[in-house]
Write a protein that binds this ligand. Structure first.
Ligand SMILES: *[C@@H]1O[C@H](CO)[C@@H](O)[C@H](O)[C@H]1NC(C)=O
Ligand SMILES: *[C@@H]1O[C@H](CO)[C@@H](O)[C@H](O)[C@H]1NC(C)=O
Ligand SMILES: *[C@@H]1O[C@H](CO)[C@@H](O)[C@H](O)[C@H]1NC(C)=O
Ligand SMILES: *[C@@H]1O[C@H](CO)[C@@H](O)[C@H](O)[C@H]1NC(C)=O
Ligand SMILES: *[C@@H]1O[C@H](CO)[C@@H](O)[C@H](O)[C@H]1NC(C)=O
Length: 251
């Protein structure tokens, strides 16, 4: 029946297609942690019997047989029995659109791994059709956590942030000289699919001034930075901490 046709995408081609599904947008873009709503529409019969409506939102995987079930409405009723664990508690359908012929898939707390191709399949009575929608997920390095401490007489600054794809970290001193050669940058991939990047700069303590770490997200062409100043007194309290997002060029 319907649900099986769903997972084995190949067979969908054989469904009667006198119903036409359209996408509201072919591509959507969301930021990691945000909510996103993907939409497709279908013609509503008059009178409309919601019990004759089946909706399936699936996500393509490299192996068609392993397509993930994101959300299912079976005979007009939500059916989350086979919902893939990646989407449990995060994917739902906004009910209000259905009567107007809109299926709006709402995904909360979007993850990098949610990026990909989604299928919106609608079956009404004996007719069915489907379309694909692409979701892109970005994760800017927006919150930079800057710390400083003294170690063996040196001053050690650490900048840490999470984002995707992998950022390049550079450090600058007060005269805007690149001092990245004194820094060590490491990263790990978190279970959320973002990179946790940590960069540590070691300087001699008696050089007062202003140090800036810059995260460059090459793919998004986006730069975020944080800076601190070490006062002449050698007091290690953070004097300034600033966060700014600069788009270097419009892409
Ligand atoms: C995302 O949706 C959830 C649940 O509907 C809501 O609590 C949360 O505030 C939303 N988050 C954003 C960033 O809009
Ligand atoms: C900044 O770094 C350059 C190159 O390492 C160095 O010559 C210069 O003295 C530094 N400036 C300050 C204010 O620390
Ligand atoms: C800064 O210096 C590092 C290492 O010396 C280098 O890899 C990096 O490309 C430089 N950054 C910029 C923006 O020039
Ligand atoms: C990121 O890495 C830092 C340093 O290794 C660690 O303290 C922090 O808990 C990590 N954060 C996440 C969200 O993984
Ligand atoms: C430190 O450098 C940043 C970035 O160049 C600048 O915006 C800030 O005003 C400087 N702060 C001090 C105290 O010099």
């Amino acid at each position: 029946m319907f649900l099986i046709a769903v997972v084995l995408e190949i067979q969908i081609d054989f469904l009667a297609a006198s119903l036409t599904v359209e996408v509201l947008q072919p591509r959507y873009s969301a930021k990691h942690g945000d909510n996103v709503t993907l939409g497709c529409r279908f013609p509503v019969a008059d009178p409309f019997h919601v019990r004759a409506l089946n909706v399936l939102w699936g996500k393509k995987t490299s192996k068609p047989a392993e397509a993930k079930e994101v959300y299912v409405l079976s005979q007009g009723k939500e059916d989350l029995l086979r919902q893939h664990q990646d989407y449990q508690g995060r994917a739902g359908m906004l009910p209000e659109g259905l009567q107007r012929g809109q299926s709006m898939l709402h995904i909360t707390n979007v993850k990098i791994t949610d990026a990909g191709t989604y299928m919106c399949l609608i079956q009404y009575e004996k007719d069915a059709d489907y379309k694909y929608i692409t979701l892109e997920v970005e994760a800017p390095y927006k919150n930079i956590n800057l710390q400083q401490q003294r170690e063996e007489g040196d001053l050690v600054f650490t900048c840490q942030s999470e984002g995707y794809p992998l950022a390049e970290v550079s450090w600058y001193n007060e005269s805007h000289k690149n001092v990245s050669m004194f820094a060590v940058t490491t990263y790990e991939l978190t279970t959320d699919g973002v990179f946790n990047v940590t960069s540590t700069l070691r300087v001699k303590p008696n050089i007062p001034g202003n140090y800036t770490c810059v995260f460059w997200n090459k793919e998004l062409n986006e730069e975020t930075s944080a800076h601190t100043s070490v006062p002449e007194s050698g007091n290690l309290d953070l004097q300034a901490k600033e966060l700014k997002m600069v788009t270097i060029t419009d892409s």
